[in-house]
Design a protein around this ligand. Sequence first.
Ligand code: FES
Length: 153
Amino acid sequence: MEPSIAEENGPEGVVAYVVCSMSDIPSQRARGFELMKVEDGVEKPFNLIVVRWGRQVFGYVNLCPHDGVKLDWERNQFLDPNGIRLMCGKHGALFELGTGVCIEGPCKGRSLTPVALSIIDNDICVTGVTLAEEEEDEDDEEITSCSDEGGGV
Ligand code: FES
């Protein structure tokens, strides 16, 4: 599911892009988003993991530092069986939720690439990157509505 992206004014005038609402990710769950960013005028894939822990959110690029693959070999399966660490599905590397540091596995000591997130009016927003607009038919700001798949808590 591709979320539509809406821009908001983030803290200190930073452009923040709404990825989804807080309520779209249950607490203690992680979810992936396949977005596009603009870098040097060129659109590139930007695969984002958002982890929610209560009112806290953590963002990482969905790219394992070991082999450069996505962590979720089963879509949106990012957490280890205990639900307290991010896990790469390929070789089982475990990453701390709050820091993205690999604490066990073939890339121990290396880190996922963090992505700055903000919560604005109950929306989870990405900052620090320029996202490509997916939709061109709507000029109005639109609050993203993500699908409810995944269930959970
Ligand atoms: S590719 Fe992720 S642990 Fe090997």
